[in-house]
Design a protein around this ligand. Structure first.
Ligand SMILES: [Zn+2]
Length: 332
């Protein structure tokens, strides 16, 4: 969990404000919320107001459709769509190898070319894998952007919820729960009719964001070994659109958005109440029965052999009015 000092320094780094101004903003935020939250909680809200990303280092929301030639840092999450066999070439008497891959996200596809030693990365990748790709973009010979790895680039396999390529074609404007099949990506206008009060917190690796395994009271990430974990949230509830009800699951950012509380604030609340489900209990009355737009994908829960709606975004029916309410709700 980030300390107040760490949050302040992240704000300072990303926005360029000095510590005194940031402290003042935090005090103002506390006053605005009648002192109902801790300094850490207020600092999180200030960070959010300033668009400072302190919770989710992994999720830079750059989408493929927004990549243009000449970007120095392109960090995207994508699926490997195609991998082409490496071919050899000769230039100025030097032999080299190049391999192209195509990356996909729901907004489009982009080619990435890997050169010489970079091609080794492909030994661990196959089509369909979800990857985090850090690189830069360059104009190709048709004037289109293409990705390059460069010295500081990386391609890492990640284990997160991500739309699947085959189902992307079934993206619809909206649907009815009663008609949904496994794998469909859609939007549902419905209301939450029940919230499950199970422990929403789970431990993640602070470096890669992947869920860590508990091992003798220590936490283990396959890639980063033993780590001091950060926390993330998962919430589940039943949504109903008048045609049917279905269990819906909200992870991470979407869970935070649902209860209008970032994970640090939710943790503080849980600690204060000595009850890990306190954030759900306290927010449920605001959420039950309220109509919202849920975007997501229908997935089969193998363990219970039932369909669930994995929510990727929630939107209020009236966005402006409702976002004000969420901010107010975040105070207490
Ligand atoms: Zn890790």
């Amino acid at each position: 969990m980030l300390s107040l000092e760490e949050i302040v320094s992240k704000i300072s780094e990303q926005v360029g404000l000095d510590n005194i101004s940031i402290q003042q903003k935090i005090e103002d935020k506390k006053a605005e919320l009648s002192g109902l939250i801790s300094s850490e909680g207020a600092a999180h809200l200030v960070a959010r107001d300033l668009n400072v990303d302190i919770l989710t280092r992994v999720t830079h929301k750059l989408e493929i459709k927004n990549i243009v030639p000449g970007m120095r840092n392109t960090e995207i999450t994508a699926r490997v769509f195609r991998v082409f066999a490496a071919r050899e070439f000769e230039r100025n008497g030097n032999k080299g190898r190049v391999s192209n891959i195509v990356l996909w996200d729901p907004t489009g596809t982009i080619r990435m070319s890997l050169w010489n030693d970079e091609i080794k990365i492909l030994e661990n990748l196959k089509e369909g894998d979800i990857v985090k790709v850090m690189g830069y973009s360059k104009e190709d010979n048709r004037g289109e952007p293409e990705l390059r790895l460069g010295n500081r680039g990386k391609i890492e396999k990640v284990d997160i919820e991500f739309p699947s390529i085959n189902n992307a074609v079934s993206e619809q404007k909206g649907g009815n729960l009663g008609e949904l099949r496994e794998g469909v990506t859609t939007k549902i206008r419905g209301a939450i009719v029940q919230m499950f009060e199970s422990d929403p917190f789970y431990e993640i690796c602070p470096q890669c964001g992947i869920r860590v395994r508990a091992n003798d009271n220590k936490f283990f990430c396959d890639e980063h070994q033993y780590v001091a974990p950060d926390y993330s949230m998962v919430l589940s509830c039943v949504i109903d659109d008048g045609t049917m009800s279905m269990r819906a699951v909200f992870f991470r950012d979407v869970a935070q958005k649902l209860i209008g509380m970032d994970v640090q604030t939710a943790l503080s609340l849980a600690r204060e109440r000595m009850n890990r489900t306190a954030p759900i209990t306290e927010k449920a009355p605001n959420l039950l029965g309220r109509e919202m737009l849920f975007s997501g994908r229908v997935k089969r829960n193998q363990m219970f052999d039932r369909l669930e709606f994995i929510v990727s975004d929630i939107n209020e029916i009236n966005p402006i009015e409702e976002s004000d309410k969420i901010l107010v709700a975040m105070g207490g």
